[in-house]
Every structure is written in C-alpha cells, then in structure tokens.
Design a protein around this ligand. Structure first.
Ligand code: ACM
Length: 262
C-alpha cells in the first residue's frame, strides 16, 4: 500500500485556492492513501465565530469536500483531509473527511480541541471509528489528539492498521510522540502537518511542518522539512500492523491490565 502526506501552507480564508493547490500538487503522484493537514480549506487563525461560520462548509455537500472527491476519483486514491465543518444549528467542528474513488466514506470531528479552538469549535461528538480502504483498516485523528494516548489506542483496539493524522502543529513534541504512539499500538501513522506562519488578530503562530510516515515499530519511513511544501509517498505493508507481539511473551493488547487501570 502506498501512503503519504501532502504538506502545504493553506491560504487563510481561500478554500478554492487551497483546493486548487492540493489538486496541482497531487497531479503526478501514485498513492493509495494521501493525508492532508487539519483545516486545509480555511487556514487556522480565526478572529471571530462569524468568520469560522463563513469559512466552514457542510460535509459532504460542501464545495471543498466535493473537490476532494473529484481529485480522489481522478487520481484513483483515498484522501483523508482536515477541514472546518458547518453542521446543523450553525455548529462548527474541526473535522476530517475520508473520501475515495467512489466518493464520500465518512468524517471525524476533533475530540481534543487545542487552546483558542475551544472558542471557535464544538468538541467532536463522534466516536473514534475505523474505515476500510482497500481491505486495510484506517483510523482518523486530528492534531492535538496526539497528546491523549486514548485516541490512538481506541483506534488501534478497533483494528486500525494505519492512522491518518491531519495536523496544524505548533508545539515541538508531536513528531517524536507519534513514534511512541506507533510503538505502543503497533500501527502505522501518517502525520500531515501544515507549514508557514499565520498572523491575524494581533496573534501569530508558526506551524512546524515535519510531516512524517511512521512504521508499526516506530521507524521513521519518510519525513518533510519544516518549511517546504511537498508530497511524500511511502510503500508500506499494513499487514505488519496485525502483529501485536512485541516479544515472545508480550502482546500489546492482551497484556494490558485493564482491571488495574481504575
Ligand atoms: C493543534 O491541535 N492544531 C495544535
């Protein structure tokens, strides 16, 4: 299975330009599964709830999601991508969609909101869920979910072999932490981070790039630099993630002492 990330710098507030960029950058790749950053349609630094609402879209009916579906059909691949979602009752979620050659498969809403996101988005209300992509179980999580081991553990216990991690990372720890997340769960992960700086409303944030593909034993299989806009696709064997034996007498899941974790 060929999996990878697209790392880019979304233009704040210009969903059409961002879709166009994703389409151009992915024109010549051959991938089964491509992961894109968090909030790829909108950018990150909102000034008001009104702005969030204006830059969010219905899933799957919105133009950005439909554009991703077109790319997935044209390139015959699956795409996991973060975007701002407008749901019923004008509620907005920091969400990710999974789309493929046959269209929309499903969405995830970020469970663990980071900092000012708590002002602008509702916390996710959908269970962590796995999807089938070409016979492989795929999970989705978004950025700050990384700091809660329960997110990746839950996906892994549900059978995820590859975790798509759409991100807008600003802290320096995540890329290293994801190595541990992969080791402790025996799964592959693709972190697609954004790059660049946003300066809005008197605040500024610098996004850390460093997108990466991590193997089921924590190997760094591919990565990007801090600032470059790039795509990287890596061949993996997702069947390796079915083996949870870390030694002859240790199984990552069966050795858990759930009765003591109270
Ligand atoms: C983050 O969760 N976007 C830091």
């Amino acid at each position: 299975m060929n999996v990878g990330f697209l790392q880019f710098k979304p233009v704040f507030g210009n969903s059409a330009a961002n879709l166009n960029k994703i389409e151009k950058m992915s024109q010549n790749i051959r991938a089964d599964l491509l992961v894109l950053p968090e909030l790829s349609n909108s950018g990150y630094m909102f000034k008001s709830k009104k702005e969030v609402s204006e830059l969010s879209e219905n899933i799957p009916g919105g133009p950005f999601t439909q554009g991703l579906i077109n790319i997935a059909k044209n390139r015959n691949m699956y795409i996991a991508c973060g975007l701002a979602e407008k749901a019923g009752g004008a509620k907005c979620y920091n969400s990710a969609v999974l789309v493929g050659p046959k269209g929309y498969l499903g969405k995830y809403r970020k469970a663990h909101l980071f900092n000012d996101e708590k002002i602008f988005f509702k916390p996710g209300n959908l269970p962590f869920r796995v999807f089938q992509v070409k016979g492989v179980k795929i999970g989705m999580m978004i950025c700050f979910d990384w700091i809660f081991p329960e997110a990746m553990r839950t996906l892994s216990l549900k059978g995820a072999q590859v975790v798509c991690h759409c991100a807008n990372l600003v802290m320096p720890y995540c890329q290293k932490a994801m190595v541990t997340r992969c080791i402790e769960n025996g799964v592959f992960a693709v972190t697609a981070n954004r790059t660049g700086k946003e300066k809005r409303g008197g605040k500024s944030l610098c996004f850390t790039g460093g997108s990466q593909v991590i193997g089921n034993r924590g190997e760094l299989l591919g990565s990007a630099g801090k600032a470059e806009q790039t795509i990287k696709i890596i061949a993996i064997d997702p069947k390796a993630a079915l083996n949870k034996n870390i030694s002859k007498r240790n199984h990552l899941f069966l050795d858990r002492r759930v009765g003591l974790y109270v």
